[in-house]
Design a binder for this molecule. Structure first.
Ligand SMILES: NC(=O)c1ccc[n+]([C@@H]2O[C@H](COP(=O)([O-])OP(=O)(O)OC[C@H]3O[C@@H](n4cnc5c(N)ncnc54)[C@H](OP(=O)(O)O)[C@@H]3O)[C@@H](O)[C@H]2O)c1
Length: 390
């Protein structure tokens, strides 16, 4: 087993490989004479690891065998000796046990993931007391969205004067085509179309039908107005729980418009079928040639918009804060954002000289991070952004 500082489980995949590329780039910049971070891929296939190592041009990249379905003992020994585990091995839909986080807590290893499945995120949060006892800092549902989106929402709420003065937050996302995504993100989207959407309305947690409540959202420069629909996003629940925002929801749209129609058709398929991970992966693989062809035409842009509304006082309607950001490539910016969260977890720890730690032991949602950590992560996410109105 190779020694490593950061183990990226799912590192042979698209999000994982992009995270490794950014970790190498960012850690190299901030190393200030310390030895370079030792990075490793955790996965089930050495052949796929070798292909990614060569593609990334990182000959020092290590490999550890990790299969999430091989039981807890195997996971504990897989993470042993690492400083940080980054979990990108999706799809997360269909899983409800945070086994990898449990293994990290057992071994005293810091942890983050890109989980976009609310049930799993909440079960991970329930391990916070154990993480505190073990001195382990962990952040769940990192990445660009969920992740940076929640940090943007926290900034917007703060700018309004804090949670006491804000009573509604709306999150909107647009990705051109699939954002150049692979079959896993496509199948994760199919699985989400089978999941009820958690929204919070006037303080009440609601379960709504996905791909409803169409709204046209202006994403600004270069993107313009796009139609968006309700789709589940852990940011909604974490915002409501952590900040007590009374009304919160999240919408997503893609292009071309025919994809939005197609998602509406897929949503109408029998739920039993939509909940089958293998069937959805199969459907995603089957659809890839046409998805790829469309992606070539529409690009891979990722756009996010956050609207936070001030509570109305008397007859005076509340004003609002709107934040926007756009990156040219979804896969690249997910890795960039995930690496930013990962490096923040390493800051001031494990002999890595990046100042003082900014994330205390415990399991945190991104929206709960302190202002300094939030600022540091957003500063990384800003790099290469086409639009950054934050
Ligand atoms: N938060 C965000 O901003 C954000 C944005 C986009 C996507 N995501 C999430 O990122 C996830 C990954 O997407 P992707 O496009 O990178 O997928 P991908 O290319 O298919 O990669 C998935 C990786 O997971 C590994 N894996 C799958 N099952 C495993 C298991 N049982 N044990 C160990 N490894 C396993 C695979 O490794 P093997 O080589 O072993 O098969 C593969 O390397 C998606 O689920 C998506 O929901 C999050």
């Amino acid at each position: 087993m190779s020694g490593c500082d950061v183990l990226v489980v799912g590192g042979s995949g698209r999000v994982g490989a992009s995270t490794l590329r950014w970790l190498d780039r960012l850690a190299g910049r901030s190393s200030k004479g310390t030895p370079p971070l030792k990075l490793a891929v955790g996965g089930r296939s050495e052949a796929r690891f070798e292909a990614i190592r060569d593609r990334l041009g990182l000959p020092q990249l290590g490999f550890r065998f990790v299969d999430l379905d091989h039981g807890s003992e195997a996971l504990v020994s897989a993470v042993r000796g690492a400083q940080l585990v980054v979990h990108t091995a999706g799809p997360f839909q269909g899983r409800d046990q945070p086994d990898l986080l449990r293994a990290c807590i057992a071994e005293g290893v810091a942890y983050c993931d890109v989980c976009d499945e609310l049930g799993l995120t909440r079960n991970a949060k329930a391990l916070s007391a154990e993480a505190i006892a073990a001195g382990v800092p962990a952040v769940v549902s990192c990445g660009i969205w969920p992740g940076v989106s929640a940090l943007m929402a926290a900034v917007a709420v703060e700018r309004l004067g804090g949670p006491e003065t804000c009573d509604r937050v709306e999150l909107s996302f647009f990705t051109a085509g699939t954002g150049g995504a692979g079959p896993t993100i496509v199948s994760a989207t199919f699985l989400l179309l089978a999941s009820e959407v958690v929204t919070v309305v006037d303080g009440v947690l609601m379960h709504q039908q996905p791909w409803t409540e169409r709204r046209v959202v202006d994403f600004g420069g270069g993107i313009g107005e796009r139609e968006c629909f309700l789709l589940d996003n852990p940011d909604v629940f974490t915002m409501a729980e952590a900040l007590g925002i009374a009304t919160c929801m999240s919408r997503f749209g893609t292009a071309p418009g025919v994809w939005n129609r197609l998602f509406g058709v897929i949503k109408a398929l029998p739920k039993d079928l939509l909940h089958q991970r293998d069937a959805m992966q199969g459907l995603a693989l089957f659809s890839m040639p046409i998805i790829r062809a469309v992606d070539v035409l529409v690009g891979a842009t990722n756009a996010m918009r956050i609207d936070a509304y001030r509570k109305a006082v008397g007859l005076r309607l509340g004003d609002k804060v709107t934040l926007r950001c756009v990156h040219s490539d979804l896969e690249d910016c997910v890795g960039q954002a995930t690496a930013a969260f990962a490096l923040e977890l390493l800051r001031g720890r494990f002999g890595i000289h990046l100042g003082e730690p900014t994330i205390a032991p415990g399991v945190w949602y991104p929206v709960e991070l302190q202002a300094v950590a939030r600022h540091n992560i957003l500063t990384v996410a800003k790099e290469n952004a086409l639009v950054w109105q934050i």
